[in-house]
Design a protein around this ligand. Structure first.
Ligand SMILES: *[C@@H]1O[C@H](CO)[C@@H](O)[C@H](O)[C@H]1NC(C)=O
Ligand SMILES: *[C@@H]1O[C@H](CO)[C@@H](O)[C@H](O)[C@H]1NC(C)=O
Length: 336
């Protein structure tokens, strides 16, 4: 009988535990039991088991969506995997597969994020962050998660700017429209953060928007320059967001908001002088050559994905995610 074992911890480096999914075919229950025993010994010996209750809930867009919209936009691991592993959790179950999840898997938390989501009602997928928070509330109403569970939980919120991209592409807006929209967007984002806090989550981490102007397609290969206007728009969003977080953190509701500086994390990955030696030019290129947005099973990918930063026009490759994650570790430590 084939038995599927999801999310097995693999020790890949001294500082991080990576969880991967794969299947085993086992003949007897005895063998399975022996394997589970072995895995639990590994878990104990590496210090897991201490943070049993800290569930991770993920809300946002494709930067953290590990499958709700059908695909991971990466050649492998994403920031969600690295951050979950940093928090000693397995990658949380995706909302789309909650009904198939075991009780133990649900204990890791849940990922509500969807590729294409923004905070406005109309976006690439018309599935706003508010609807995702609604999905979260529904899980609480159904007692999948209790008040005590939530008090021990961490929320990771990813807003990397889909509303702005939707404005300039589908709605043919200008960059002025993007700048004009920033305050509305950050206000809506803040409203969602308050809602998440209202559910009883005590620690909430949120990404700043990335240097969009340096992403493949926006970066000018001929001029070897990032699009400065897009980067400025990202920085303006981040400035307002940080002001907003300052206010949220003063509102003594016992919840902590942590800013995750995606902008400088990616910026330093792209411009780090030491790493320049290795394939500098390729860093601004998408590794997946199949499409503008790629799934993990791309037919045509770059020669050395392990040197890339970007997987496709809008997303980090596994290597990129790993570098960015490393940059974010000091901030992530505030969640422990
Ligand atoms: C989202 O809603 C808008 C406005 O109702 C509609 O024009 C658009 O086709 C919708 N997009 C999707 C992906 O459903
Ligand atoms: C997943 O990605 C593959 C390859 O990029 C693509 O062909 C497929 O349509 C995607 N599936 C979904 C559900 O988006």
């Amino acid at each position: 009988m084939p038995i599927k074992l999801d999310h097995v911890f693999l020790k890949t480096s001294p500082t991080s535990q990576i969880s991967l999914s794969f299947s085993f075919s086992m003949e007897t229950k005895g063998k399975l039991f022996a394997l589970l025993l072995l895995l639990s010994l590994v878990a104990v010996s590496t210090g897991h088991g201490e943070k049993q209750n800290a569930r991770l809930f993920v809300i946002g867009d494709s930067f953290v969506d590990t499958g709700n919209m059908g695909n991971r936009t990466s050649d492998g691991l994403m920031l969600t995997d690295y951050i979950a592993s940093f928090l000693h959790r397995r990658t949380p179950v995706i909302y789309a597969q909650r009904k198939k999840a075991s009780k133990s898997e649900l204990e890791d938390g849940m990922n509500f994020a969807r590729g294409g989501s923004g905070v406005l009602d109309v976006s690439f997928n018309n599935y706003s962050m508010t609807l995702q928070v609604g999905n979260f509330k529904e899980q609480i109403a159904q007692n999948v998660y209790t008040k005590v569970d939530l008090e021990n939980s961490i929320a990771l919120v990813s807003y990397t700017g889909n509303d702005y991209l939707y404005k300039t592409t589908r709605q043919k807006g200008t960059m002025k429209d993007v700048f004009d929209q920033t305050k509305t967007i950050v206000d809506l984002l803040t409203k969602n953060l308050r809602e998440i806090r209202g559910l009883g989550v005590k620690k909430i981490a949120i990404f700043g928007t990335p240097p969009r102007g340096c992403f493949p397609g926006m970066y000018s290969e001929t001029l070897r320059k990032c699009d400065r206007t897009w980067n400025k728009a990202s920085r303006q969003h981040n400035k307002l967001l940080k002001e907003s977080l300052k206010i949220l953190n003063k509102e003594r509701h016992g919840s902590k908001f942590v800013y995750l500086d995606l902008y400088n994390a990616i910026d330093s990955a792209l411009f780090d002088k030491i790493k320049e030696i290795v394939g500098f030019a390729n860093r601004f290129k998408a590794c997946c050559l199949d499409a503008h947005m790629c799934g993990p099973i791309a037919q045509k990918k770059c020669k050395n994905p392990e040197l890339s930063i970007f997987w496709d026009a809008g997303h980090l490759s596994q290597n990129g995610a790993n570098i960015v994650y490393t940059y974010l570790v000091p901030s992530l430590s505030q969640l422990l």
